[in-house]
Design a protein around this ligand. Structure first.
Ligand SMILES: Nc1ncnc2c1ncn2[C@@H]1O[C@H](COP(=O)(O)OP(=O)(O)OP(=O)(O)O)[C@@H](O)[C@H]1O
Ligand SMILES: [Zn+2]
Length: 689
């Protein structure tokens, strides 16, 4: 009777597949996943090849449906054991519940052409049915559906918290409407709109240049350090930086699409990744599939088919595929709750190994808003306000902390900024603009040297004095003649000393500062914080060289930065971190963004990654022990099928409970408030008024 039932299940499945093929549907292997399209999850559409390879995740509601149907079938199977009249409907329910799983088996056998955990478990469950254990067979299917439901549930939860956190990063652009520039949120930009992008600004959307000419630094996208010249008809890309010129760009994709694309990229990297231990576990499980199959069937002549099923049930692939993603997703959720935007799940795995922490100085260790101190004047023809007015005009559209400080100072004095022309920004040096017929340049000592600006003899002493006090300096020249030096007072972020001490306490690592600033301010800060190394006067490319050098010496490097000048190093580093409110190019590049705009949660990040590692190890143990017992049981204790299912699924249950452990923290903690500081977007908003 039940062998007949088994044949019916298989025949129904084959019938269904033939019917689907004849209707030309592409459903092979999508099985346990949703086949409905969700607007926030463009990567889980049915035609996505990723789903065809790894169809374990999908929409919660679909899994819930199967949980319900298989649960009801489980009830029916109890009735069927009392009265066979219930058998046909039970078999129908079983077939319906098993279809998603059979798709996976079909996919493994015919698409991937391999015998893996899905095949083993499918064979075991169908054999269970064939041997007359309808209840046990249905139990196996039900528990599988419950497990996948839990994964999809966790996935949805972390997805939502990631989206929430991501949306806390406001962006604005300058929209041209009726010849007036209006600052609007990126989300409001529509396809075909025209936006204006000036020197020093980061392009927020993909588009085509319709007027103007600009030199664009595209290294964050192409890695190429030479700026590209963009003029009418050329395409410009989001996350690139305008170094000189001003362009009007016609938008190709709406701002909301740009955000959606970013979110979907983020979700793909964070949620669809597999931890090394999961990959290793799956490889291990897959490699052991054929031996398990052989072992199971060679036991059959001596111990009977029950032993075969028990041995096949002892295979652990099933549980690894469930517990590992569940743990990871739950920890991502905890991270989001603490205001940590993790854009690439892989970094959670690399973090426990990080043993070199490299910090940028200005804007990262020091607060993102320095202030202008003394204005030391070298040309008596200029008044302090006039100097600040020129410097602020030159810096107006730049996102550098120094630029912001100067603009803020000018604002506080109610200075009206003159129009500028012909602006050129040189990352790590400074900016040149024309104000009327005067060439005004604002930047570092090195910038002045490069531009042939001579420094008066008496400036040496002033420079020395300011440096001794730990201040940084910015020079202002007019027509290649130094007019003033601005003293920049940067305060250390209040949490930094504590963070550095915590890092020291928690792991043996080296700590370093790299800065584009000069020696003395950098050294002073390094000494104050007890850093192991400090590097000063470093150009953006050289920041990356330092990271590479450390990597060559065997370190796993975590780079924490805020500026345009940090992005090359961020790309090179094993782990890159930025702070919300930093330049958008830095928060775009970094794998992790600290959303409260401070370094406070950096130790939490390390803690979360270490806990995840331990949690995965524990899950592994919780899977392996019952599996081993099951296999031993098949040979020595004549274990029955129900016991093997209860034992292995019990291990899975414990694994699931273990994976849920981090969620307890969510209950006791209130979410981290985001962005207490003014963001650059806000800053830009107010600066334009
Ligand atoms: N927009 C700017 N306006 C004025 N000076 C600038 C500007 N950008 C860079 N500079 C000068 O070039 C130097 C190096 O700049 P860079 O941005 O590489 O590093 P930084 O901001 O000083 O320090 P860190 O690398 O620690 O963030 C600055 O110290 C400053 O003197
Ligand atoms: Zn910086």
């Amino acid at each position: 009777m039940l062998l007949l039932g088994l044949e019916l299940v298989l025949a129904s499945y084959v019938g269904l597949r033939v019917y689907e093929k004849s209707r030309g549907k592409i459903v092979s292997g999508t099985s346990l996943s949703a086949v409905t399209e969700s607007p926030t999850t463009p990567h889980t559409t049915p035609s996505d090849p990723k789903l065809l390879q790894e169809p374990s995740r999908g929409e919660k509601s679909v899994h819930l449906h199967y949980v319900k149907v298989s649960g009801a079938t489980l009830g029916l199977s109890v009735l069927a054991s009392l009265n066979p009249i219930w058998m046909p409907i039970t078999l129908a329910g079983f077939t319906y519940s098993a279809i998603p799983y059979l798709r996976l088996v079909e996919h493994s056998l015919f698409k991937k052409k391999k015998i893996d955990g899905y095949v083993l478990y499918g064979v075991a469950d169908l054999m269970t049915l064939g041997l007359g254990h309808v209840f046990t067979a249905t139990l196996g299917i039900s528990l599988t559906h419950i497990a996948y439901y839990l994964v999809s549930n966790a996935e949805e939860r972390s997805k939502n918290s990631l989206i929430d956190v991501f949306k806390q990063q406001p962006r604005t652009v300058w929209l041209l409407r009726d010849n007036v520039e209006l600052e609007v949120p990126l989300e409001q930009v529509r396809q075909g709109d025209i936006i204006v992008i000036s020197t020093g600004e980061i392009i927020a959307v993909d588009g085509v240049v319709i007027t103007g000419i600009a030199a664009v630094d595209q290294h964050t996208l192409t890695g190429e350090s030479q700026p590209a010249e963009k003029t009418v008809g050329d395409m410009v890309l989001a996350s690139t930086l305008v170094l000189s010129g001003c362009i009007q760009v016609q938008v190709l994709t709406a701002g909301s699409d740009t955000t959606a694309a970013k979110i979907s990229e983020l979700l793909t990297h964070s949620i669809d990744f597999k931890t090394h231990s999961q990959l290793k576990g799956e490889q291990w499980a897959d490699a052991w599939s054929v031996p398990f199959l052989i072992l199971g069937f060679s036991a059959m002549p001596f111990l009977g088919p029950t032993a075969t099923v028990v041995i096949l049930n002892g295979h652990i692939a099933q549980s690894i595929r469930i517990t590992a993603p569940l743990s990871t997703l739950n920890y991502l959720n905890v991270a989001a709750h603490r205001g940590l935007l993790i854009k690439d799940g892989r970094v959670l795995e690399d973090l426990p190994n990080a043993d070199a922490f490299v910090f940028d100085k200005t804007g990262t260790l020091t607060s993102d808003e320095p202030s202008v101190g003394r204005v030391i004047i070298y040309d008596v023809n200029y008044h302090e306000n006039e100097i600040l007015m020129m410097a602020a005009a030159a810096e107006r559209k730049l996102a550098h902390p120094i630029a912001r400080a100067i603009v803020k100072k000018a604002e506080s004095l109610d200075l009206t900024l003159p129009d500028i022309e012909d602006a050129h920004f040189q990352v790590g040096y400074g900016v040149s603009v024309m104000i009327g017929d005067r060439l005004v340049q604002v930047g570092s000592y090195r910038f002045m040297q490069q531009e042939g600006v001579e420094l008066p003899d008496d400036s040496d002493q002033d420079i020395q004095q300011a440096h001794n006090a730990g201040h940084s300096l910015v020079m202002v020249s007019c027509n290649r003649h130094l007019v003033a030096i601005l003293e920049m007072h940067a305060t250390l972020r209040p949490e930094v000393i504590d963070i550095i001490n915590k890092l020291r306490d928690r792991r043996s690592c080296i700590l370093a500062i790299v800065s584009g600033d000069q020696e003395q301010p950098t050294r002073k800060l390094a000494e104050r914080l007890g850093m192991d190394h400090y590097f000063y006067n470093i150009l953006p490319q050289n920041k990356a060289d330092i990271v590479e050098h450390l990597q060559q010496r065997g370190y796993t490097v975590c780079f924490v930065g805020d500026g345009v000048n940090d992005t090359i190093a961020m790309k090179k580093a094993n782990i890159s971190i930025s702070l919300s409110g930093a330049t958008s190019i830095a928060t775009d590049t970094a794998q992790i963004v600290l959303m409260d705009g401070s370094l406070k949660h950096l130790p939490d990040l390390l803690e979360i990654s270490t806990e995840l590692e331990k949690n995965l190890d524990r899950s592994w143990l919780l899977n392996v022990v019952p599996s081993t017992l099951t296999v031993i049981g098949a040979f020595f204790w004549r274990m029955d099928i129900l016991t093997s299912v209860v034992l292995t699924q019990g291990g899975l249950g414990l694994g699931v409970a273990n994976a849920a452990l981090p969620l307890r923290q969510l209950k006791t903690e209130s979410p981290t408030p985001l962005l207490p500081h003014q963001s650059y977007a806000e800053y830009e908003r107010t600066a334009g008024e």
